[in-house]
Design a protein around this ligand. Sequence first.
Ligand SMILES: C[S@@+](CC[C@H](N)C(=O)[O-])C[C@H]1O[C@@H](n2cnc3c(N)ncnc32)[C@H](O)[C@@H]1O
Length: 210
Amino acid sequence: MSEQWRKRWQEGRIGFHLQQAHPALLRHWASLDVDVDTKVLVPLCGKSVDMRWLADIGHSVLGIEFAPEAIEQFLLQRSTAVSRYSQAGFTVSRQGSVELWCGDFFHLHIQQAAEIGAFYDRASLIALPPATRQRYAFHLAQLVPPGAKGLLISLSHSEEGAGPPYSVPASEIENLFKANFTLTFLEEGSPDERGRTESIWALERRGPRL
Ligand SMILES: C[S@@+](CC[C@H](N)C(=O)[O-])C[C@H]1O[C@@H](n2cnc3c(N)ncnc32)[C@H](O)[C@@H]1O
């Protein structure tokens, strides 16, 4: 799977990337009431400028992505100095208050996530095949502490053929997360020209540490 994603990045097939911060992030993040001192986990982050937006309002950000191409392209967006180091098998690049961990999200362990208190997920589920999504939801629940809040933006569509982007309907999102999170459905976007519809959710981690 990681090779397929790397190939997409190398060939520039990254239609999911947005040049501006996601409008739903701008609309809904404040309503989560996450303290600006809180470090935000951004799983499967690509080179999303949403991380810049979160950093610019005061958060420290930990993005995780297995395509080094994405990370390098993100860092090139600004001339700010970058420091690099290795930690727990990941190459970490830090620029200002954004740190990007290059590697597999499923290899990130709670020891490395100790400071995380919130999360932002856009388009992670739709990048993962069905069988991996439950593992993703459980892994996220392992990484964030009880009480952690997050915004989740996903997509459903009725296109034929294999993903990504996979279609992830609202019922599946509820089933994936309900064991360890309280979910609040915030809004559904209008279908785009291909009939793809975004759904926006607020999540709060509940229950004990896993
Ligand atoms: C659909 S893109 C979304 C990127 C970003 N969240 C955004 O909104 O632009 C999914 C990204 O996840 C990365 N990815 C997929 N599986 C991963 C994994 N297991 N660990 C780390 N990154 C992964 C891919 O390389 C790709 O950049």
